[in-house]
Design a protein around this ligand. Structure first.
Ligand SMILES: [Ca+2]
Ligand SMILES: [Ca+2]
Length: 295
């Protein structure tokens, strides 16, 4: 392990988060020939499985062609599918949950913490992560309890973009995770006086674990891994929801789906389940800013 990797690893391990997994046989630093779970077809430092989960193009390192690479746009919680002005360069963090898209890997899920450091990784001064379950509203359970193996650590230094870091933790199987839904996984990183908070909302969609991906001012529904085709589904479209706040609950702010449309998005399918979500209620701890990164 290089000295640079050690420095970043220690920073990512602040407050003891996931450090217990680092000493396990699976704890490792990947620098070449990554395994299938981290296959990166377009070499933009976002594995194909993450690109699926965040709706970027796994074959284009800059999905919207605006000159800002997908990793930076994703970690900044920006708009990787729509051309926009670059956001100011600063330390950033984003949390993403994936499920394996390869039948070779079996039934595994991963938590990925993506970081961008614009100077030294040691500038991260605090870190914590937790999960909130719909069945226990308001209770924050340390995420270590769901980790099932060693942390996989990756880093890449890009002179124009900073130090890009990915810390991936294997979680329970996707079948077990599905039993825990709905839930929200949240991470909070402190960079001096600035705090970056981000979360992922997970819910059941016809027996498959799905998440909400920010889509302009709405939210696209994306499964953690590709799911079998539904008869009559619309090809090359994704389900996009409009959410309306309806109440404040002990578990967070409740949002009702007041509109659900199939919208153009390559290589996906939008089926009847989309329209069926109208009237659903999502409870999001801290409000929608938790999953957009906007608050
Ligand atoms: Ca990629
Ligand atoms: Ca871009």
């Amino acid at each position: 392990m290089s000295q640079r990797a050690v420095t970043v690893l220690v920073a990512a391990c602040l407050a003891g988060a996931f450090c217990s997994q680092l000493g396990s046989p699976r704890g490792q630093v990947l620098e070449a020939d990554p395994p299938e779970a981290f296959r990166d077809s377009d070499f933009d430092f976002l594995p194909d499985d993450i690109e699926w989960a965040v709706l970027t193009d796994a074959l284009r390192p800059d999905t919207d062609g605006d000159g800002v690479g997908d990793f930076v746009e994703v970690v900044q919680r920006g708009s990787p599918r729509a051309v926009g002005a670059p956001r100011p360069a600063d330390h950033e963090m984003r949390i993403i949950v994936t499920s394996s898209s390869s039948p070779l890997l079996g039934d595994e899920t991963w938590l990925h913490l993506l970081f961008r450091f614009v100077d030294q990784p040691s500038s991260m001064t605090s870190f914590r992560s937790w999960i909130e379950f719909g069945l226990a509203p308001g209770l924050q359970i340390p995420l270590d309890s769901l980790a099932s193996g060693g942390v996989v650590f990756r880093s890449r230094s890009v002179p124009t973009e900073g130090e890009l870091v990915s810390v991936s933790v294997p979680l329970v199987s996707s079948a077990t995770l599905n039993l825990l839904l709905p839930c929200t996984i949240v991470a909070e990183a402190g960079f001096g006086t600035r705090t970056v908070r981000h979360g992922v909302k997970l819910f059941d969609l016809n027996g498959t674990t799905a998440t909400l991906v920010p889509w302009d001012d709405r939210f696209a529904v994306q499964t953690l891994a590709p799911s079998p085709s539904e008869p009559g589904s619309d090809p090359n479209k994704v389900c996009v929801l409009s959410l309306r706040p309806v109440s404040v609950t002990p578990g967070g702010i409740a949002f009702e789906v007041d509109d659900a449309d199939c919208v153009d998005c390559n290589d996906l399918e939008c089926g009847q389940a989309c329209a069926d979500t109208e009237g659903w209620v999502f409870i999001v701890p801290g409000g929608l800013g938790t999953i957009t990164g906007g608050g």
